[in-house]
Design a protein around this ligand. Sequence first.
Ligand SMILES: Cc1cc2nc3c(=O)[nH]c(=O)nc-3n(C[C@H](O)[C@H](O)[C@H](O)COP(=O)(O)OP(=O)(O)OC[C@H]3O[C@@H](n4cnc5c(N)ncnc54)[C@H](O)[C@@H]3O)c2cc1C
Length: 460
Amino acid sequence: MLAAELRLHDVRVLVVEKETEPPSAVRIVGLHIRSLELMAMRGLLERILPHGRRRPASAYFAAIPKPAPTGLDPRYAYLLGIPQPVIERLLEVHAVELGAQVRRGRAVAAVEQDGDWVTVELADGERLRSRFLVGCDGGRSTVRKLLGVGFPGEPARTESLMGEMAVGVPPEEIAVRVAEIRETHQRFWLRPAGVGVYSVLVPAAGVSDRAEPPTLDDFKRQLRAVAGTDFGVHSPRWLSRFGDAMRLADSYRVGRVLLAGDAAHIHPPIGGQGLNLGVQDAVNLGWKLAAQVRGWAPEALLDTYQAERRPVAEDVLDNTRAQAQLLSTEPGAQAVRRLLIELMDFDEVNLHLLQKITAIGIRYDFGDGPDLLGRRLPDIDVKHGHLYGLLHRGRGLLLDRTERLTVGGWSDRVDHLADSTAALDAPGVLLRPDGHVAWIGDDQRDLDHHLTRWFGRPVH
Ligand SMILES: Cc1cc2nc3c(=O)[nH]c(=O)nc-3n(C[C@H](O)[C@H](O)[C@H](O)COP(=O)(O)OP(=O)(O)OC[C@H]3O[C@@H](n4cnc5c(N)ncnc54)[C@H](O)[C@@H]3O)c2cc1C
């Protein structure tokens, strides 16, 4: 995603990936509302939708089944379940089409910075030089470790086994038993995942060696412990394990090296937020890094990446902690869960929790101003279509209901739509390339000031 964002601004990009092949564990990830919106903003949603399955916009928070709150835009009000290797492939194709280079089977082994350059040494000894490096290399990030950036947090306390396999028991029997168990065990499921295949999640509680991949026998033992039967599971497609560690990088940037995605934050997959968070980091960072490379970035623009995104990750870690508590089988936690289920009958509570998980409630701190300032603008109707259709090129946008404002010397970076009919409750708004509202008003001088703040000096 980051490679594609950079290519939109004609920055030369090389992606080095240590694995020669994509991962075999085809776990389904859920793309939430804000990620779907971002895909639409870059013209990618139509391409992605046929590969996923839409699920209702409910049961996001701690798997509490409540209908979706009212007022969501039906075009994006769902969760798109999609195999992670598929979304990764689609994003890779998109980046390559835009001109990014991808080299597989190449691992970063060492990083040095001097003056205007970063030198990366690969495991095979090749040395590469670039203006910037972004470590998108996952929770065990080599880049983060080489930078010496702290990754404090909580170590894993519980581990879960997850995999896909065939079962030897009729579906009706499974459904009844699973429903009984899930009344008290939230960290357990056995659910259809295609023809003749079930997705299985069970606590790992002390099975085998953590360093080794789990075996089918581990799954059978744990299923018997939780359900009293192993459901005759056999013929696994893939088996994996994951822990509930939570960690947040002390810093997202050291000089010319930055971190994004799991390299910057890890947390258990409750609420399915990790990949979404990383995609959103990429869209926040891409245009800022491009501005820096292309030479028009205002002072400190690049540092707003950490200032904006680290608090968002902090909030995701926190809501994940809260959800983990709500999934506990302890009587106290179960009582709090029942109370929250009651509270979620209030539409505002339901909406607040949904906004947290789907990232549509984020408001960056751009200073004092109306509530809309710093928030993402929904995909409102505009002349001849929808707003997000105007953001495919990853540029800024002045949406101007007064029809008398101008982007003047910034027109190489910012588009202008004069449209008195736009479904907007403001005379004019300036959108950043990530779709967040950077200015609201109708005064040209004030607008120029904010154009300079976000897009640097005008070209005369
Ligand atoms: C069971 C489970 C379910 C999940 N469900 C969801 C969900 O529903 N929704 C959601 O949003 N998230 C979900 N997640 C989280 C999601 O999978 C991660 O957040 C996401 O994969 C992080 O992406 P990333 O690109 O930052 O890191 P990774 O996916 O870890 O990718 C890092 C890449 O860097 C490569 N690499 C590592 N070191 C080097 C090196 N030295 N040199 C070169 N390359 C290197 C790796 O090979 C890898 O390809 C789930 C996670 C788990 C475990």
